[in-house]
Write a protein that binds this ligand. Structure first.
Ligand SMILES: Nc1ncnc2c1ncn2[C@@H]1O[C@H](COP(=O)(O)OP(=O)(O)OP(=O)(O)O)[C@@H](O)[C@H]1O
Length: 247
């Protein structure tokens, strides 16, 4: 019997920019139906790793596979959704919350972009899940930071991809939105077998949310269950004061 490939496999990945080594020989695996937190200080290479996972950044060495597929192919076949750290929102262009969420369905619609009942249902469910059903007709630019994060999370949920990447989902959100986002990610794992990979530099909440934690600082410094990785000793060795100072 052939083994089912892990959701994410990264082997000996090195990547960077002119004059900058962002990732050095990074190897990691994310099991299907799990939540993995990539924990690292600012500049540790989290966003670069995400870009490599999405096929948006060409590594200088190494290999990435999502469900056994090359990143670009995985993206084209709707295997992966992505919630970036910063969404560019043009507040002068009035896009409503529900229009943003419907963008998650584009990959299902074909060239005509004609909305079908399944698309509307997926959007309604996603809006309900993140608690934005009542604000669906609001302009996206009129939402608070936490509400906006939830709207972009809803867009990814509506996409219904088996792997979800979230770059710093808790940055700039209030406590209520943070708790809601964590609860929704667990629901997606438990109800739909979704695999979730988040990057964060916030320690708080990671132990409760993640099944696996990867400590990143250009290289993988440690990985495993939160209880093994999130120890004073491990964090101290890996990050010194940097992470502990983060509120
Ligand atoms: N477009 C770019 N051009 C040049 N250097 C870059 C570029 N993007 C990132 N870097 C550098 O690569 C390194 C890794 O950055 P990256 O954004 O991947 O880290 P990060 O962990 O996501 O940081 P943050 O939490 O601040 O977003 C840093 O030294 C950063 O300055």
């Amino acid at each position: 019997m052939t083994a089912v490939p892990a959701a994410v496999v990264v082997d000996q990945l090195s990547a960077g920019y002119p004059g900058v080594r962002a990732l050095e020989e990074v190897s990691l695996r994310v099991a299907r139906r799990s939540i993995c937190a990539l924990l690292g200080a600012n500049g540790s290479g989290k966003s670069t790793l995400f870009k490599a996972l999405l096929g948006l950044h060409r590594p200088s060495a190494g290999r990435v596979r999502l469900f056994g597929l090359e990143p670009a192919r995985a993206r084209r076949s709707n295997q992966v959704s992505y919630v970036p750290q910063h969404e560019q929102v043009d507040t002068t262009f009035p896009v409503s919350v529900e229009q943003v969420v419907m963008m998650g369905r584009y990959g299902h619609m074909g060239f005509t972009r004609r909305t079908r009942p399944a698309d509307r249902l997926a959007c309604d469910e996603a809006l309900d899940r993140v608690g934005l059903a009542e604000l669906r007709r609001r302009g996206i630019g009129e939402l608070s930071g936490g509400q906006r994060k939830r709207a972009f999370l809803a867009r990814a949920i509506a996409q219904q991809a088996p792997l979800m990447l979230l770059d710093e989902p808790f940055a700039g959100v209030d406590r209520g939105s943070e708790e809601l986002i964590s609860a929704v990610l667990k629901q997606l794992r438990d109800e739909f077998d979704t695999t979730v990979l988040i990057s964060t530099h916030h320690l708080a909440g990671v132990a409760d949310l993640a099944d696996e934690v990867v400590l990143l600082h250009q290289r993988v410094l440690a990985s495993g269950p939160p209880a093994d990785v999130l120890t004073e000793e491990q964090l101290g060795r890996s990050f010194g004061a940097v992470l502990r100072e983060t509120p």
